[in-house]
Design a protein around this ligand. Structure first.
Ligand code: SF4
Length: 272
């Protein structure tokens, strides 16, 4: 059995930056606003190194707080500043660009729509500040009533085709339509490399956290071309998945470390 790891794998730029910032706090007491990344092993390490997860600024003890790559709304940031002056902001630049686009369209007077999941922290970093509507599916886009001006942006981890289809639907629902594809570059490249790989493989292991939006989308995309399984780590691989598998692909979400990729690869090799 041949094993190929997708060209684009391991931590994305934003996760690397957030982890580096957080690791600078190791050994002292600090808090992260929400789990730093979708990776249980890294979260356990952060906890061992003195990190505590808080879910709301009101839970801050007044010490150092790390804001994760997903970012937070300006209103929550202001609340946090009232509690502590020691804030390390690891918001990913792609998320900052998304927030900026949202503010820009809103100021121009457009009704703002966002393709994504309403409860995702990145989306909440916008909806808590700016009146906007979140669209998850084409069906939801079809149900939108006629408006004068509509602007559309996207969660950074969305799938490009879906964004384009929803754009076309909403374009027909208004007099003046604007859109900005705010899907992050890393996500686009990762999705493309996952699809390219899945087309060559019999089986694909998609490695990443269960709550990782980008990993779930990679799994959905790979499933169109090969038998695909979403796993957390090497312990979840089942031997019978590898029956009659000549080429096995390994694809990862943006919070999966090189170490996990190595262990998944090694375990798969041992199983055949
Ligand atoms: S997936 Fe993209 S937007 Fe999200 S943290 Fe990584 S680089 Fe930033």
């Amino acid at each position: 059995m041949k094993i190929i790891v997708a060209d684009k794998s391991g931590f994305c730029f934003g996760v690397k930056k957030a982890y580096k910032m957080c690791s600078g706090c190791f050994g002292g007491l600090f808090e992260t606003l929400g789990p730093l990344i979708h990776n249980e092993e890294i979260l356990a390490q952060i906890s061992e190194e003195g990190g505590r997860i808080i879910n709301d600024p009101s839970e801050s003890s007044g010490g150092r707080v790390v804001v994760r790559a997903h970012g937070i709304s300006q209103c929550r940031y202001a609340e946090l500043k009232k509690r502590t002056s020691d804030i390390l902001d690891a918001t990913c630049p792609f998320v900052l660009a998304l927030q900026e686009s949202a503010r820009g369209f809103y100021k121009e007077g457009y009704s703002l729509f966002i393709v994504g999941q309403g409860e995702h922290p990145e989306i909440r970093s916008i909806t808590e500040d700016i009146p906007s509507r979140v669209i998850f599916s084409e069906e939801e886009a079809c149900a939108v009533g006629f408006e004068d001006r509509i602007a559309l942006i996207s969660q950074t981890t969305e799938v490009e085709d879906k964004f384009e289809r929803i754009s076309e639907i909403l374009r027909g629902k208004c007099n003046d339509f604007k859109s900005k594809n705010t899907i992050c570059l890393d996500v686009r490249e990762r999705q493309k490399s996952a699809v390219d790989l899945a087309k060559k493989c019999d089986v694909v292991l998609v490695v990443g956290g269960r709550s990782s939006s980008n990993t779930r989308k990679l799994h959905m995309l790979c499933s169109k071309y090969a038998r695909s399984y979403h796993i957390l780590d090497e312990n979840e691989i089942k031997k019978d998945w590898l029956n009659n598998c000549e080429i096995l692909g390994i694809v990862t979400g943006s919070s999966t470390s090189e170490d996990v990729i190595y262990r998944v690869r090694r375990r798969a090799e041992e199983m055949v």
